[in-house]
Design a protein around this ligand. Structure first.
Ligand code: AHR
Length: 465
């Protein structure tokens, strides 16, 4: 049995069902999602095993030696409500030449959209939504959403959206503590009750996997619920009337978004594993059974790191492996991170500039952060896609941007690649002797697929200083 079987028996069937992890119907055997390989742009579909879980081996084999992005998330409901790369909207054009948003990395799961969805709620009609997110991957920007939005990718006014939002944005309504929270994006406002400001009944989510529920009935009733996807049940944070004055009646339009705002605001980050949209207002009991089904699916992690060990506390050098550049090491000149030719006869100053102290990741303890050996308290972070050395300001954004997960190189088992924690489809790459976070085949000059595997591979050694 899957979540959509449970919704169907509750009389509120799924009209959209998306997952990059598992079948959401007991009988679903079709493709879950499509991945696109960086080295040759070839695509393949990933389907469930007989257990219902995504066939990771197919993906691993197909993507081996390169990178993969998720190009389509298929709708399992049979209505054809597939999600693909979101087009530009009124708030933002995506970074690609045609204005589309980035695709998500296939191993970390961001802007997807379907502006022609069929069977989703429109106007003031009822719907239910749930999604499972990574509770540790979020920011305060607008808007990591999943659910119902405008069919023209523009902000068409209050009440034209009804999506789940996950993040720590405090511009509208928000919850207790510092976030992240499960909120509802109802357009021109994130809400957790029938008003704005802090609402202490909606807790900060602390679990690795979060089940988020938003539902809206016709006739001025809606609710926000949530829980830990790995254990326990759902708690209702709010159930009651819509925020006045413009959200009753609702003017839902029925498009489906993932990872963006209704107007394609695309500053948010997050990871989505599964979610559905129903027709009709699901009962709490139906949703509680869905949560039990999610818990039974035993979400877990297999570890974010691989490749040669890089030990916390060690002082390291990082040597480029591209054939042009094997005498060059990651160093910095002021704030700029670059590669420079360094050897035992280099000046002490240069040796120190090319030496890094390994720390537990500031933004994720399973990954790493790199402090400059000559500038205590300053770390490598990405800023506007370039790597820079900046003083740690103690903030959440700094912590996330300064966190990198080491993995085995795509083509050299003796080297590491360093994945950005906040942009999981991007890796450290040297390009014209400067360091960037690069995506294989993305829109920036430093994203070129040519030499990607070599340029992202760094040999980790003992530090010069
Ligand atoms: O409601 C918050 C955001 O405001 C919506 O997602 C977006 O369409 C608008 O910018």
């Amino acid at each position: 049995t899957g979540p959509c079987d449970i919704y169907a028996s509750g009389g509120t069937p799924c009209v959209a069902a998306h997952s990059t992890t598992r079948a959401l119907y007991g009988s679903y055997t079709g493709a879950l999602y499509q991945v696109k390989r960086g080295s040759d742009n070839a695509t393949t579909n990933i389907s469930p095993l007989s257990s219902g879980v995504a066939n990771a081996a197919t993906q691993d084999n197909f993507c081996a030696g390169s990178t993969c992005l998720i190009s389509i998330i298929y709708d399992q409901s049979g209505r054809g409500n597939h999600l693909s790369q979101a087009p530009g909207g009124s708030a933002a054009q995506g970074p690609n030449v045609d204005g589309t948003d980035y695709l998500a990395g296939a191993t970390g799961a961001t802007g997807y959209r379907n502006n022609q969805a069929q069977g989703t709620a429109t106007g003031d009609s009822a719907e239910g939504l749930y999604a499972v997110f990574d509770g540790t991957h979020y920011n305060a920007a607008c808007c990591f959403d999943y659910g119902n939005a405008e069919i023209n990718s523009k902000d068409t006014g209050d009440g034209h959206m009804e999506s789940i939002y996950f993040g720590s944005g405090k511009n509208y309504g928000y919850g207790a503590g510092s976030g992240p929270w499960i909120l509802a994006d109802l357009e021109n406002g994130l809400y957790t009750e029938n008003g704005l400001g802090q609402y202490s009944n909606n807790p900060t989510q602390n679990s690795r996997f979060v089940t988020a529920v938003v539902k809206g009935d016709n006739g001025n009733q809606w609710a926000v619920r949530g829980g830990n996807s790995v254990s326990g049940g759902l708690t209702t944070y709010f159930s009651g009337p819509r925020p006045p004055p413009d959200y009753n009646p609702m003017s839902k339009e029925g498009a489906i978004i993932l990872g963006i705002g209704g107007d394609n605001s695309n500053g948010a980050q997050g990871t989505f594993y599964e979610g559905v949209m129903t027709t009709g207002y699901p009962s709490d009991a139906t949703e509680n059974s869905v949560q039990a089904n999610i818990v039974a699916a035993t979400y877990g992690t297999t570890g974010l790191t691989s490749g040669p060990a890089i030990n916390v506390g060690s002082h390291v050098s990082l040597r480029a492996t591209t054939s042009c550049c094997t005498d060059r090491y990651i160093a910095h000149s002021g704030a700029e991170v670059n590669t420079q030719v360094v050897s035992s006869s280099s000046t002490t100053t240069l040796k120190q500039q090319a030496s890094w102290i390994v720390h537990t990741g500031l933004g994720n303890s399973a990954c790493l952060s790199f402090e400059s050996a000559d500038t205590p308290g300053s770390f490598i972070r990405h800023s506007n896609y370039a790597l820079v050395v900046n003083a740690n300001d103690g903030g959440v954004v700094f912590a996330q941007d300064a966190t990198f997960c080491p993995e085995e190189s795509l083509n050299d088992a003796g080297s590491n690649i360093l994945r950005s924690w906040s942009y999981p489809a991007r890796y450290w790459r040297h390009y014209s002797a400067e360091l960037f976070i690069a995506g294989n085949g993305g829109p920036h000059f430093f994203d070129t697929p040519s030499s990607f595997n070599d340029d992202t591979s760094f040999a980790v050694g003992t530090a010069f200083a």
